[in-house]
Design a protein around this ligand. Structure first.
Ligand SMILES: Cc1cc2nc3c(=O)[nH]c(=O)nc-3n(C[C@H](O)[C@H](O)[C@H](O)COP(=O)(O)O)c2cc1C
Length: 486
């Protein structure tokens, strides 16, 4: 398989693996790039739009100004190199979802390694490796229905023998490559990886094993290849730490870039500039761009520095703001000037208006917007915003869930009413809330909601109210309730 044999691969990363990071990774030397995971239920709602203005194929949900971008690919640069990752729990829905994108990507990967509650409780992610029959039935169904190759990404099981049994079963079901994150489901990124188990796994199957876990750059890539005999390596956090170094082939060049704290910082700043330029080229949403830049800075302990503070500031919101902070305002202006206007684009867009033109620069809203201000606005702020047509009001997720529950007569009354529980409280920086420095005492909270006999857990938020709104948001997404755009 040319996607997975002797390749250096950009790992799937939720919110980070959008088009700009993938394109820049390819420019810096990555051979294959994975999309972020998109859950099947969301993918089946997408429609395909040829975006002639940007030269991309977009998969979007919603109409007109409410269009949300779920996946964007630039075929001339990604052709033969782009693997789309889905989150799924059942063969039927997996096939239905995969068919939506299969004509515009080069391979399809099933995420069997996500340990997060959100995935596992709906039978996705690592839940599949605990039920190998179901995992294999998904692979079989995808192989039988798609013309593109199919892979999956797993974590280690508790013993090497169990992992070997699983990879053999997946191979027999038709998986054409298997990514192995060399940690178990209970291990966190800071825990050591088990590279020592990989040789046995690689030797047990004939399909390429893609080794993942602590491959930060060329020296680890060489080391783990020697140790395991694996075909390909895959990097996630290494790519966010320094994308250029991560995919550099020459160990000496990589070492030079990171020889001192100063050269590392300078190297990262060049990567950030290149990244923001690609974001400008492809009209990436400001919030997504900001998130990824903050992640890159966080990986280098640079969020608390002058540049990190400017990016994290509440004033830095739009792509133009980020371009300005990065000294790229001229680049931004030139790209905007040379691009056909949204109106021209609509004219040439077969009249379906589906290119998401929502104002001046036609930037589509990202499918996931996770910052706290998306989840909650105080009533006083709501009133203020409602008077100002230039600002947008976040949806009231609690109210939406309450209304949905009230309409569900099939449930007993007590299951129609959302019941919230606070389930976690930690220092905010430990859970990676963007913009929170490691020295900060700010706390983060997490909540769950019970409704319709199911429990949904939200992400971390910087107040209890935001945590509750986040839980409601997860419930709405998983229940497939339409959410008006903010
Ligand atoms: C920001 C971020 C998002 C991630 N999203 C996904 C995802 O969508 N699908 C997936 O299979 N793994 C995801 N992962 C896990 C990585 O792909 C990878 O398995 C893990 O980080 C270990 O690799 P590393 O040591 O190179 O970081 C994510 C990791 C990070 C840091």
């Amino acid at each position: 398989m040319s996607l997975w044999t002797s390749k250096n691969i950009l790992a799937p990363m939720v919110r980070c693996g959008t088009l700009p990071l993938r394109l820049l990774a390819l420019r810096y030397g990555a051979d294959t790039v994975y999309s972020e995971e998109i859950v099947d239920k969301r993918l089946v709602k997408c429609r395909r739009v040829e975006n002639s203005r940007l030269g991309t194929i977009d998969f979007v949900i919603g109409q007109g100004g409410n269009t949300q971008l779920v996946f964007r690919t630039q075929r001339s640069q990604e052709q033969g190199k782009c693997v789309f990752q889905i989150g799924t729990a059942t063969p039927d829905l997996a096939v239905q979802a995969a068919r939506v994108v299969a004509g515009d990507v080069d391979g399809l990967d099933v995420n069997m390694g996500c340990p997060k509650h959100f995935s596992v409780h709906s039978g996705m992610g690592v839940a599949l490796t605990r039920d190998s029959e179901r995992a294999c039935s998904i692979i079989r169904a995808l192989r039988a229905s798609l013309d593109i190759p199919v892979s999956c990404k797993i974590r280690l099981l508790d013993t090497v023998d169990e992992t070997i049994k699983l990879v053999r079963a997946l191979e027999a079901a038709g998986a054409q490559a298997i990514g192995v994150h060399a940690r178990t489901a209970n291990e966190r990124p800071k825990d050591p990886v088990h590279w020592d188990q990989l040789k046995q796994i690689v030797d047990a199957v004939s399909v390429p094993i893609i080794v993942n876990g602590n491959v930060w750059g060329p020296s680890e890539a060489v080391e783990v290849r020697q140790l395991s005999g694996c075909s390909s390596v895959m990097s996630a956090r290494g790519a966010l730490k320094n994308l250029r170094v991560c995919f550099e082939r020459d160990i000496n060049v990589a070492q030079k870039e990171t020889a001192s704290a100063e050269s590392s910082r300078a190297s990262l700043m060049r990567v950030v500039q290149d990244y923001v330029k690609v974001c400008i080229d492809y009209d990436n949403h400001g919030k997504n761009t900001k998130y990824v830049v903050q992640y890159m800075l966080k990986m280098n302990s640079m969020l608390g520095g002058e540049f990190g503070k400017s990016v994290s500031s509440g004033q830095c919101k739009t792509l133009e703001d980020i371009a300005t902070v990065c000294g790229l305002q001229e680049y931004y202006a030139t790209v905007q000037q040379n691009r056909p206007s949204a109106a021209d684009e609509r004219k040439s867009n077969r009249g379906d208006g589906s290119d998401g033109g929502n104002g001046k620069n036609c930037t589509l809203k990202p499918s996931r917007v996770y910052e706290d201000d998306f989840f909650y606005a105080r009533p006083s702020k709501r009133i203020k915003i409602a008077r100002n047509p230039d600002q947008t009001l976040p949806p009231d997720f609690r109210q939406l869930l309450l209304t949905w529950g009230e309409s569900q007569n099939k449930f007993p009354r007590r299951q129609q009413v959302p019941q919230y529980q606070h389930i976690g409280r930690v220092k905010a920086y430990t859970v990676g809330i963007p913009g929170v420095a490691e020295t900060s005492n700010q706390e983060a909270y997490r909540a769950a909601v019970l409704i319709g006999g199911k429990r949904f857990v939200g992400g971390w938020g910087t107040s209890k109210t935001v945590a509750v709104a986040r839980a409601a948001h997860v419930a709405l997404l998983e229940l497939g309730v339409d959410i008006p755009n903010p």
